[in-house]
Design a protein around this ligand. Structure first.
Ligand code: NAI
Length: 400
């Protein structure tokens, strides 16, 4: 029987919800590429309920305990005194989320000799040291596609929010003002602008498709070129390098995984190549951007706005400069954990667990690392390496 340790974000400050704004969420059976949504043998939750926070437990307790497994759920994940640090030593499986990542560093793996499976309840497994997972024979799996469309919707919202100057204008209303000129002095239309995505995978392509009706000019760069029919359908301009693309774009959206090739891709040098007054929306991973270079580029006016929901580390330290830099539209890491998305990733985690315990293969598209090498989506979208360096700084959030 296995010990499963699950790290989830904290419950709402006012307590776990007892009712919801809506009575249901739409039932999605298939993703745009034909892949089916998760297919566990059953679920013990109602889609639309809070599943991603500690008391939601991803709806897994009944399933795990009735099969004789032990299940520890905690939000305490950072620092030597955290629950995770103590519980991981005899854990067989760790489940974590990108929103509130349990950083599974080489040191933590070394303390956990039984650990064989790390499941990401969501997409993006950069919080696991992939090199160490490869060397230690761990399987790393995530719920590919579960929240890609959730994020694409969020990206479109944030592009419109920045370019049209939504948040400052909203703030004038709540402050009791009617300051039209203040609001519009930084407000533009996206129509006719050039927007480019770094990566055209599940999220990047969905963003392009959603922006097409806004009559924007669409650009992309990716290590895998899209089929010619898709390029023609969306009238896409493909660029060989990120540098070539950002030079001609008014808006850049970042949608690639964080791995050794993409860490700090947007540094001071890359930002200096962008058009003055461009906007960046990064819902991929905070570390793809250089924290201080982004703040400096906003201060100088080289970029006109920055929005996203991803930081490094997470939770972001209280003194993280992105909380206070000008012209930003940052939120905590939420785009992929709407109530709609939670139902899919909770079911996907259950599907992965069922496969693991019943000795059935995990869907290839869910795999990041298996058998000592990158596998599945991991082989297509990641590079070997470790992106967890510096994650110990997350302990500064609760300590502050
Ligand atoms: P995906 O695997 O479908 O697409 C990733 C794309 O990135 C692939 O097309 C790949 O070829 C491309 N890529 C990888 N390295 C590249 C490089 N160096 N240069 C150019 N392209 C590169 O994944 P999906 O679903 O689109 O998600 C992408 C990322 O978005 C995730 O890995 C995760 O980090 C982030 N994400 C964020 C969420 C949030 O809540 N903010 C939720 C879901 C994903």
């Amino acid at each position: 029987m296995a010990k499963v340790v699950c790290v989830l974000y904290e419950d709402p400050e006012d307590g776990f919800p007892s009712s919801y704004a809506r009575d249901d969420v739409p039932r999605i059976a298939q993703y745009p590429d034909g892949q089916t949504t998760p297919t566990p043998s059953g679920i013990d939750f109602t889609p639309g309920e809070m599943l991603g926070s500690v008391s939601g437990e991803l709806g897994l307790r009944k399933y795990l305990e009735s099969n004789g497994h032990s299940f520890v759920v905690t939000s305490s994940k950072d620092g030597p005194d955290s629950v995770l640090e103590k519980e991981i030593v005899d854990a067989d499986i760790v489940i974590s989320q990108p929103f509130w990542p349990a950083y599974i560093t080489a040191e933590r793996m070394a303390k956990a000799p039984n650990l064989k499976l790390a499941i990401t309840a969501g997409i993006g497994s950069d919080h696991v040291d992939l090199d160490a997972a490869i060397n230690n024979g761990l399987t790393v799996a995530e719920v590919t596609f579960c929240n890609s469309i959730s994020v694409a919707e969020h990206v479109v919202m944030m592009i419109l929010g920045l370019v049209r100057n939504y948040i400052p204008s909203y703030q004038w209303v709540t402050k009791g003002g009617w300051n039209i000129a203040d609001c519009v002095a930084r407000s533009y239309d996206v129509e006719g602008m050039h927007v480019g995505t770094v990566a055209s995978g599940r999220i990047g392509l969905a963003v392009l498709r959603r922006l097409k009706p806004f009559d924007m000019h669409l650009h992309y760069v990716d290590r895998h070129r899209l089929p010619r029919e898709v390029e023609q359908e969306l009238n896409l301009t493909h660029h060989e390098t990120v540098e070539d693309m950002v030079k001609v774009c008014d808006v850049v959206t970042i949608n690639c995984p964080l791995h050794s090739e993409t860490e700090h891709l947007f540094d001071a040098d890359m930002l200096s190549k962008m058009k003055r007054g461009s906007y960046i929306v990064n819902t991929a991973r905070g570390k793809i951007c250089d924290r201080d270079a982004i703040a400096a580029a906003l201060e100088s006016g080289q970029i006109a706005g920055y929005a996203g929901d991803v930081w490094f580390p997470q939770p972001a330290p209280r003194d993280h400069v992105w909380r206070t830099m000008p012209h930003h539209g940052m939120t905590p890491h939420i785009s992929g954990t709407s109530l709609s998305a939670q139902a899919r990733y909770a079911a996907g985690v259950r599907e992965i667990l069922e496969c693991w315990f019943e000795d059935r293969p995990i869907r290839d598209e869910y795999l990041i690392v298996q058998g000592g090498k990158l596998a599945g989506v991991g082989a297509r979208s990641y590079s070997e390496g470790d992106a967890t360096g510096g994650s110990e700084e997350a302990a500064k959030f609760s300590a502050a």
